[in-house]
Design a protein around this ligand. Structure first.
Ligand code: GDP
Ligand code: IMO
Ligand code: MG
Length: 423
């Protein structure tokens, strides 16, 4: 079975884009199965930096088929902007397919994301305001506009119906301004025309690739702790970034998958609100943020930063069935005299080694740390295990021991070649 899942094992932004791009060099098909343009996946090739939001990170290889699976929510305006941006850089989207079942993110979803966040006052989620939650809400309520409607004959009827329904919520619940459907139709009709050639039943394309033994990559977006069920609810996204979500969201069964690779950074970051036990509020946190360039790809927000949390990593191993763990972004830790790893939490006088289900408990968990020697060498040119300083090798070996999953690759810089395979 040729299917590989690559997913985020923390709170997103682990560097999934870089690893998908690397693996895509040998892949036949890359499929996204959840989320939308709340994702921001950075791929650095030579002097060029690509920030992909909806389009799979395999797009930079002309022979790779790129699929946006049925579980993804697609903003027509945003995806066309991304397609145009890639075309300007000479990247073809000829082998890009969007599933007919994808739900569309429409202007009322963007409006409702902003209104609902505002209405929560100081208790907002800190969403990316891309309309993700409201679109998945409509999907669950069975009133959404799917791609086959959007590019098909029902375009106007479906759009008018959805807008009328949502205008009642916008004005009745939030006292917001009504959306002018005629203006939306005038703008979006052109988007529908342009997107029509991309729309397919992609579950057939993905299945055929799997069945004929082709190399298929399932590209995770967000991260395990942002999963709607398994994450730090309610400070999560509205889809399923865990490995199980790949099957539902791409329309193929679990037998299509034979490895699940979880990407972690050598420290932890989070954007948006919610509990974060190892968060650093001191100059060490500022140092890591600066060294790692931890500012949101989508929103530009500074990312909250903290030490590596092995409780989270062990949880990610368990709920995703990880076969491999990748430790990315080790280089930003350079210059710190001591590296700390959270091995458990102290909660109400007890030691917890499992991640709690209730985020309110997590907010009261105090990290228990093990400490390791830091390193001062520049490791960005290292390409083999033996080239790494002894302190880095020791840190990685200890992480593997504490987390209990084989660490098979390391990342030492943003570029495609700044990685090493260690097993
Ligand atoms: P994704 O959402 O998981 O694809 O990750 P993002 O692209 O949002 O964030 C990762 C950031 O770290 C990007 O700016 C990458 O260019 C950068 N990056 C990736 N790997 C490394 C690495 O090993 N070292 C450093 N210093 N930066 C990296
Ligand atoms: P990638 O794929 C990090 C976070 C938001 C917010 C919460 C809900 O680049 O790793 P949403 O707009 O999805 O309703 O916001 O989820 N979030 C991410 N954080 N990386 C991401 O994607 C994220 N996508 C959503 O910051 O806390
Ligand atoms: Mg990102």
């Amino acid at each position: 079975m040729p299917g590989k899942v690559i997913l985020g094992a923390q709170w997103g932004d682990e560097g999934k884009g870089k690893f998908i791009d690397i693996f895509a060099g040998k892949a036949d098909l890359v499929v996204r199965s959840q989320g939308g343009n709340n994702a921001g996946h950075t791929v650095v090739v030579g002097e060029e930096t690509y920030k992909l939001q909806l389009i799979p990170s395999g797009i930079l290889y002309p022979n790779c088929v790129n699929v946006i699976g049925p579980g993804v929510v697609v903003d027509p305006r945003a995806i066309l902007k991304e397609i145009d941006g890639l075309a300007e850089k000479g990247v073809s989207t000829e082998k890009l397919y969007i599933d007919a079942r994808c739900h569309c993110i429409l202007p009322w979803h963007l409006e409702l994301d902003a209104l609902s966040e505002k209405a929560r006052g100081g208790d907002d989620i800190g969403t990316t305001k891309k309309g993700i939650g409201p679109t998945y809400m409509d999907k669950a309520e069975r009133i959404g506009v799917r791609m086959h409607d959007f590019v098909g004959e029902r375009f106007e009827e479906a759009m008018r119906e959805a807008c009328a329904r949502k205008n009642k919520v916008i004005s009745g619940v939030y006292g917001g301004e009504l959306i002018d459907i005629q203006a939306v139709l005038d703008e979006y009709r052109g988007y529908a025309e342009r997107l029509r050639p991309f729309v397919r039943d992609t579950s057939v394309i993905t299945y055929d690739a799997v069945k004929s033994g082709k190399e298929v990559l399932f590209e995770g977006a967000q991260g395990t702790l942002l999963d709607l069920d398994m994450g730090t609810y309610p400070y999560v996204t509205s889809s399923h970034p865990v490995s199980g979500g790949c099957c539902i969201g791409s329309g193929v069964g679990p037998t299509a998958i034979d490895s699940v690779i979880g990407i972690c950074k050598s420290y932890t970051t989070r954007v948006g609100k919610g509990p974060f036990p190892t968060e650093l509020f001191d100059e060490t946190g500022d140092y890591i943020r600066g060294a790692g360039g931890e500012f949101g790809t989508v929103t530009g927000r500074p990312r909250r930063t903290g030490w590596f949390d092995a409780v989270i990593a062990r949880y990610a191993v368990r709920v995703n069935g990880l076969t491999d763990l990748v430790i990315n972004k080790i280089d930003p830790l350079r210059g710190l005299p001591t590296l700390k790893v959270c091995v458990g939490y102290r909660f109400k006088g007890e030691t917890l080694t499992e991640f709690p289900a209730d985020f309110a408990d997590l907010a009261h968990c105090e990290p228990i740390y093990e400490e390791f020697e830091g390193f001062s060498e520049d490791i960005t040119a290292c390409r083999t295990w033996d080239e790494l300083p002894a302190a880095v090798r020791h840190y990685i070996q200890e992480l593997e021991r504490i987390v209990g999953c084989p660490i098979t690759m390391l990342g030492v810089g943003p570029a495609r070649d700044q990685v090493m395979t260690i097993k």
